[in-house]
Design a protein around this ligand. Structure first.
Ligand SMILES: [Zn+2]
Length: 199
């Protein structure tokens, strides 16, 4: 998923977030904690995750990337973001990519529950989160074969970006004191209308 640059100058997130020295050979397995949403999850045995942190080499127009790849019978998910924003924007963008990662790794329910725990309003229901996570599980256990429900969710750009924005919002709550900004981002997220159920 490709995200467009918003705006802003300066700021360096990496002095604030949990430090970690990921490299290309250091794919994470098992129990992990994401850096900015600080959500802990237990990865599926076929899932591999890496947070490549800050990159100055993203193609023009990209504020972050969450890349997925099925190789052999393993599912690789990596995130990276640009550092072009204000502190708040960098935190938001990083949390946003973690939101994408949580969704494709089958941990939308953990994202949903963390939002609720923090008292945030989210435009999804528990069943959306659980159904998404079950669809990912079928995808992982079917060695990368999409079923229809998963395909619909993956291809709905607005659904994906809204889930990711919930990740960004959670990261803001954890790292920023700007209550007005948090409120305004949350209101924007609530404009999303959830997907209807598949009949
Ligand atoms: Zn996105």
């Amino acid at each position: 998923m490709v995200d467009l640059i918003v705006s802003g100058l300066g700021g360096n997130l990496d002095s604030y977030c949990l430090k970690d020295s990921y490299s290309d050979d250091n794919w994470r397995t098992g129990k992990i904690q994401l850096r900015c949403t600080q959500i802990g999850v237990n990865l599926h045995s076929k899932a591999r995750y890496i947070d490549r942190g800050l990159s100055r080499n993203l193609p023009f127009g990209y504020a972050g990337l969450c890349e997925t790849n099925f190789r052999g019978d393993l599912f690789y998910v990596s995130i990276v973001r640009d550092g072009i924003g204000s502190f708040e924007l960098d935190v938001f963008n990083h949390g946003h990519e973690e939101g994408h990662a949580l969704f494709v790794l089958g941990h939308m329910n953990d994202l949903y529950n963390e939002a609720l725990r923090l008292g945030l309003k989210v435009p999804f229901f528990e069943k959306d989160a659980i159904n998404s996570d079950l669809a990912v599980r079928r995808f992982l256990e079917g060695n990368g074969k999409f079923d229809f429900e998963f395909a619909l969710r993956m291809k709905d750009l607005l659904f994906n970006e809204t889930i990711a924005n919930v990740g960004g919002l959670i990261a803001l709550v954890k790292f920023s004191n700007d209550k007005e900004l948090i409120q305004s981002v949350n209101s924007q997220i609530m404009k999303f209308k959830p997907l209807p159920d598949l009949e």
